[in-house]
Design a protein. Structure first.
Length: 261
């Protein structure tokens, strides 16, 4: 009877489609994370080196990748870079040190979140749930925003820049969506952290800045005739499509308004 109740509880919490891939060369870490995730109803697969982890991550069988940075054969940064080049699979990175540069580099390469070792396995489960919840909520939405040169389709979780699809991570998409649907209004970094990362996020405001930088590179490439995301110094960011003149494109500079750039 107890086993049946536990199975029913796991099914309600996670479900058979919530598959998580853990790539870590430490058997103890894999065992611990697997134990806690399975208690919550997730299906878990472990790989212990970067090369086999990359192959598994690109198989299309998973909804989440938990990725250690220090791996044999191929390090976590390279795995992250290659996964992100081909997939929008959410990535939770495990860092061995409380090193800001490691975290920033991981976010720059496309990781959605990070946890520093040693970690509380309950925190890992909470972050996995939060990321997957945001992805599911995005899939269930039925909205579409259209701006000059830019279409953001929340239904299909797709962005078109001048008619060409733009590959965004789930976190980048959520960030763009929150900014765009508040078009013309400034959102503080705290507001963006709450709306995109959730109230249970333990990081700091620099996380927003790193993701904004990556997002700008994708929707405001060099030579683009438009700028969409403006910095409001000391406050946050504002989404407001603006034409960029030839002089600005030529020297790469931008003449900010009284509060933005």
């Amino acid at each position: 009877m107890a086993a049946n109740l536990a199975a029913c509880r796991r099914k309600r919490r996670g479900g058979p489609l919530d598959r998580v891939l853990v790539v870590d060369d430490d058997p103890h870490v894999c065992e611990l994370v697997t134990l806690y995730l399975r208690r919550e109803g997730f299906e878990v697969t472990c790989r212990h080196d970067g090369r086999s982890g990359l192959e598994e991550a690109l198989s299309g069988r998973y909804q989440m990748l938990i990725l250690d940075l220090m791996l044999p054969e191929m390090d976590g940064w390279e795995v992250c870079r290659r996964v992100r080049a081909q997939s929008s699979l959410p990535i939770l990175m495990l860092t061995a040190r409380d090193d800001d540069m490691e975290k920033i580099l991981g976010l720059e390469l496309g990781a959605d979140d990070y946890v520093t070792k040693p970690f509380n396995p309950r925190e890992v489960v909470a972050r996995v749930k939060a990321i997957l919840r945001r992805v599911r909520e995005g899939d269930e939405a039925r909205e579409r925003l259209v701006f000059p040169g830019l279409v953001i389709d929340h239904d299909e979780h797709r962005v078109l820049l001048d008619g060409t699809p733009v590959a965004l991570t789930p976190r980048e998409f959520d960030l763009l969506w929150e900014l765009a649907r508040a078009s013309g209004r400034t959102l503080t970094r705290d507001q963006l952290l709450e709306r995109v990362w959730g109230f249970d996020f333990y990081g700091d405001e620099r996380t927003v800045d790193v993701h904004i930088k990556r997002l700008r590179r994708k929707i405001e490439p060099a030579g683009s005739p438009r700028r969409y995301i403006h910095t409001v110094w000391g406050v946050g960011y504002r989404f407001e499509p603006q034409e960029v003149d030839d002089a600005e494109r030529a020297d790469g500079s931008c003449a900010p308004s009284s509060a933005s750039s």
